[in-house]
Design a protein around this ligand. Structure first.
Ligand code: ZN
Length: 392
């Protein structure tokens, strides 16, 4: 990789012909058209928060260095490899897109700053590395850089590494805040679309990724030069339509569940829509259910895995009370205080266990309607409790 250091390019030069696209939220061009500020592997502009963007301007006014900026040579253009956020910040300021507060707390747009301060900003020289090299080399290196301490998300890196028509089309669909489906999607998919969270999940689902991004990577490599995202879009929509059609309500616990996996496992099952939704409603009202996230997989899977619900265990006070009653009665009868030991034929038939060696058991399992209160609690020795297994 060949690098050339430029020390004479100024903020004024970069801002010449600066274009910011408000709708897409990104800086597009600078340096009189020579500079592509957001090539497709770059992420969206995220500095427009009244802090990061203002910090960039404050740094310029105080003469603090902005840090190294990297441009990549692409034909007769330059692309910003690192520095997009900083460049877009000063570009937006110089073109009057936001204001900063002066020493007296007054809002100042660029045009209202005193001339000497305007010049100070515009005449700031930047440290720019121009990089020329093999695509893989530059992208490998790009994988390792962090931009001003904000770490790139794994999907942002994958977008860089597999940039091309597929990524461009995928981002236009899944990373676009203006997409009218976004609100619906975000009921089920967690994360910030600008940081590629929705696209990441869409790729995860279609590639059946298990969480290590390996399948996503192969999928992106295989489809890199595709000019459409039909399969990705169709699969994602099938999952979303299936979830939203299966469950009537949108609960906050539904957001971020592995719906793609559930879809694969359950979408071919026939459910009674009303029974399923009544059960969800009932379980939401059940005080014993500790994990509401688990309700959906529990009902989809035919209620065979109550551990998904993390059923509440008995209170310590309940266990102590039951232990005392049970032990007193056992001592009087000369049998073990574990009712299952008492029925056996070994020495433990008459053994009185300590409280610490016993566990609480639901007499009627929770899954068969048994409650988690004192009337449904019995103490068993640990061995028998484990053997009975079905804690819920
Ligand atoms: Zn026992």
């Amino acid at each position: 990789m060949k690098t050339t250091l430029h020390t004479d390019i100024t903020v004024r030069d970069i801002c010449k012909g600066f274009i910011y696209n408000e709708l897409e939220g990104k800086g597009l061009y600078g340096l009189d058209g020579k500079l592509v500020i957001q090539p497709e592997y770059q992420r969206h502009y995220i500095y427009n928060d009244g802090k990061h963007d203002v910090d960039v301007i404050t740094s310029l006014l105080k003469g603090y260095p902005l840090g190294l900026i990297y441009f990549n040579v692409a034909g007769d253009k330059w692309e910003v490899l690192d520095g997009q956020q900083r460049i877009t910040s000063f570009g937006r300021f110089v073109t009057g897109k936001f204001a900063i507060k002066d020493a007296n707390g007054m809002e100042q747009y660029f045009s209202s700053l005193p001339k000497d301060q305007q010049d100070k900003i515009l005449n700031t020289k930047l440290l720019i590395y121009e990089c020329e090299g093999e695509e893989t080399e530059i992208k490998d290196w790009f994988r390792t850089i962090n931009i001003n301490g904000i770490k790139l998300e794994p999907q942002e890196i994958l977008n860089a590494v597999y940039s091309g028509p597929f990524v461009t089309a995928a981002k236009a669909e899944f990373s676009n805040s203006q997409n009218s489906n976004m609100q619906k999607w975000k009921a089920y998919v967690k994360g910030d679309e600008k940081r590629q969270a929705i696209l990441h999940v869409a790729l995860q689902w279609v590639s059946k990724d298990t969480g290590n991004d390996k399948a996503i990577e192969s999928y992106m490599a295989a489809h890199r030069y595709d000019t459409n995202i039909n399969e990705l879009k169709a699969y994602f929509n099938s999952v979303i339509e299936w979830v939203s059609g299966t469950f009537d309500t949108v609960e906050k616990e539904m957001c971020g569940l592995p719906w793609g996996e559930y879809y694969e496992s359950y979408h071919q099952n026939a459910y009674s829509h009303s029974t399923l939704n009544d059960r969800v409603h009932e379980l939401y009202g059940d005080a014993c259910v500790k994990s509401r996230k688990g309700i959906f997989e529990f009902v989809l899977g035919g209620e065979t895995h109550p551990e998904l619900l993390e059923i509440r265990l008995f209170e310590d006070s309940t266990k102590r009370a039951v232990y005392q009653t049970q032990t007193q009665a056992a001592k009087a009868a000369g049998i073990s205080n574990c009712p299952l030991c008492a029925m056996g034929h070994t020495n433990e038939r008459i053994k009185i266990w300590d409280l610490k060696d016993m566990d609480a058991d639901h007499v009627t399992a929770w899954s068969r309607g048994g409650s988690t209160d004192i009337s449904n609690c019995q103490m068993l020795c640990k061995t028998h409790n484990r053997a009975k297994g079905n804690k819920c």
